[in-house]
Design a protein around this ligand. Structure first.
Ligand SMILES: Cc1cc2nc3c(=O)[nH]c(=O)nc-3n(C[C@H](O)[C@H](O)[C@H](O)COP(=O)(O)OP(=O)(O)OC[C@H]3O[C@@H](n4cnc5c(N)ncnc54)[C@H](O)[C@@H]3O)c2cc1C
Length: 519
């Protein structure tokens, strides 16, 4: 009999399986798709020889996380290779200005000085603040919530930092990106530079809670840089699968689970799409919480059934579109030093981000959406033929259901109808920042929000985050009261993935927490 059966091979399912099989547990991973990895997948999707990360590309969370620490030697033995970048990101603006954040603090200061000398002091103060808070914040992100361990971390923070700094930290957790950037910066460019990181999650500038990400990611880029997978993010998936197999675990692709079997209030196994019944002592679902009710029996008991129904209220974040480009050369950014960075952000300013967010939330296609433009071949040339490049364009914060176009031009209410014409708008917008970009494109592949969900049902309506991260569904409330700490109201059934604490991203944190529960 299997010790642990894992439904879904996302970063958290694979991390749990790798950790548990390394501990000698008999483990099986079932994946409905033809490839493992969920929102991590690398393919030659445009032209042979151009290796695109279809979804996630930045592996920094994993590289600095607990799964890596626990399995480092085994992962490396199974082929894991990272490519670090000391020039993680920059923001470019329509008037040609650009601010780049690099790991050399003096160089970052000199870059800021050129555009926003009035904000240099605030940047330095925030750098010092991250140094002060990091020893308390990062352990909290790796701890079950709510828990005694988390309370201990907070008590330690109170002892070390004092009550006023602790209250400052709590204030930061509740602040919006706009309030945070208004408080610290004067220039519109520095405000935008930090607030764009909130948009990576689902924090429009006026949503409470966005400050934490604007702060951690903007300053964190300078302190920690960025990490990519050598040859593509798939190298991480392959290494995790290698660890699972080398420890006797098993993985099966093209095997969807249609039901989690529950007997006497306990999970006992699953039924697959081919009707096969597979029994296990424990079942771990690497599944978007909103999809769980469909996998569980309609009636369990009068207490559990309403708890399961509650998950239908779990809210998605707004949608994402991906545009993958095979390029003859790097874009001719107006400020040519933007060519050196892994991410180029175009939002461009806080007010535009707020409009984008409001339009998208109301179903309208944004006129100037927030763009995260990955240039992975800058640090990893192995992903394209010699001298050629790829661009990874993430169009952030789009409607889950389209009701119209904020620019009043595009007709059509489904992504299948309008994805290409909307992608044309993005490329047209890019011409302002990188003149001539159209003529450099060798091939393009657009993955609309609907395509994202086709690849991975967890990405409901193209929500790349596996559920909104607004405060009502975050921290000790993720995914829902009653479904916390990766346990469920059903014995022997555990939940991991981006819909659970500590949320989205290629970190593996919830897989690690579940593995600890089952070890
Ligand atoms: C376009 C995009 C870009 C991103 N960029 C980044 C980035 O650069 N850096 C970063 O840190 N994060 C990024 N993210 C977020 C990050 O990739 C995800 O939060 C994370 O990978 C999700 O992992 P997960 O464990 O929740 O599982 P998922 O990736 O959601 O995988 C779950 C797996 O379960 C399978 N499954 C679902 N239902 C069933 C079933 N019934 N039976 C069998 N299998 C099933 C799915 O097919 C899927 O393979 C990005 C996400 C997207 C979509």
């Amino acid at each position: 009999m299997l010790d642990v059966l894992i439904v879904g091979s996302g970063i958290n399912g694979l991390s749990a399986a790798a950790l548990l099989s390394a501990k000698g547990k008999k483990t099986l991973v079932l994946e409905q798709a033809s490839a493992f990895g969920g929102a991590i997948r690398t393919e030659e999707i445009t032209v042979p020889g151009f290796h695109h990360d279809l979804f996630a590309t930045n592996l920094s969370l994993f590289a600095g996380g607990g799964v890596m620490a626990a399995l480092k030697d085994q992962l490396i033995a199974n082929g894991l290779e990272f490519v670090p970048s000391s020039k993680p990101y920059c923001s470019v603006f329509p008037d040609g200005k650009m601010i780049g954040v690099v790991m050399d603090r003096d160089q970052t200061i000199s870059n800021i000085k050129k555009v926003a000398p009035e904000d240099v002091e605030a940047w330095q103060a925030l750098t010092a603040k991250l140094g002060l808070l990091a020893p308390h914040l990062f352990p909290l992100l790796g701890t079950e919530l709510p828990s005694i361990a988390a309370v201990k971390i907070l008590i330690k923070a109170w002892r070390v930092l004092g009550i006023s700094q602790l209250l400052e930290l709590i204030r930061l957790l509740l602040q919006s990106s706009r309030a945070f950037t208004d408080e610290h910066f004067s220039s519109p460019e520095m405000k935008a530079l930090a607030a764009t990181w909130g948009m990576h999650l689902d924090y429009g500038p006026d949503i409470s809670g966005g400050a934490l990400f604007s702060f951690l990611e903007s300053i964190g880029g300078q302190e920690f840089g960025m990490v990519l997978g050598k040859g593509g993010a798939k190298v991480l998936v392959d290494a995790l699968c290698g660890v699972i197999r080398s420890n006797g675990g098993e993985l099966r692709s093209d095997t969807g689970v249609v039901e989690i079997l529950v007997e006497g209030g306990k999970a006992v196994g699953v039924r697959t799409s081919t009707g096969e019944i597979i029994k296990a002592r424990s079942v771990v679902a690497n599944i978007n919480p909103a999809l769980m009710p469909a996998l569980l029996p309609k009636q369990i008991d009068s207490q559990t059934t309403p708890e399961i129904e509650k998950l239908k209220e779990f809210r998605p974040g707004l949608a994402t579109m991906m545009i993958h480009l095979a390029m003859d050369s790097l874009p001719n950014w107006v400020n040519e030093s933007a060519r050196e960075f892994n991410y180029v952000h175009i939002a461009p300013y806080v007010d535009e981000m707020a409009l984008t967010y409001t339009h998208a939330a109301g179903g309208k296609l944004p006129a100037n959406p927030t763009l995260v433009i990955g240039q992975p071949t800058v640090s990893d040339p192995s992903r394209a033929p010699e001298g050629k490049h790829i661009l990874w364009i993430q169009v952030r914060v789009l409607p889950l259901e389209i009701t119209g176009d904020s620019a009043g031009i595009i007709q059509g209410k489904s992504w299948d109808e309008i994805a290409e014409v909307y992608a044309d708008r993005i490329i047209d917008n890019l011409e302002t920042y990188a003149p001539g970009i159209k003529s450099q494109i060798l091939s393009r592949k657009v993955l609309s929000p609907t395509d994202l969900e086709r690849y991975n049902p967890n990405l409901i309506n193209g929500d790349s985050l596996g559920g909104s991260h607004h405060p009502a569904q975050f921290f000790f409330l993720r995914p829902m009261p009653g479904w916390i700490r990766h346990r469920t109201p059903i014995k022997n059934l555990y939940l991991c993935g981006s819909g659970t604490w500590p949320g989205g991203g290629v970190g593996g944190g919830s897989g690690l927490m579940v593995a600890k529960l089952l070890s």
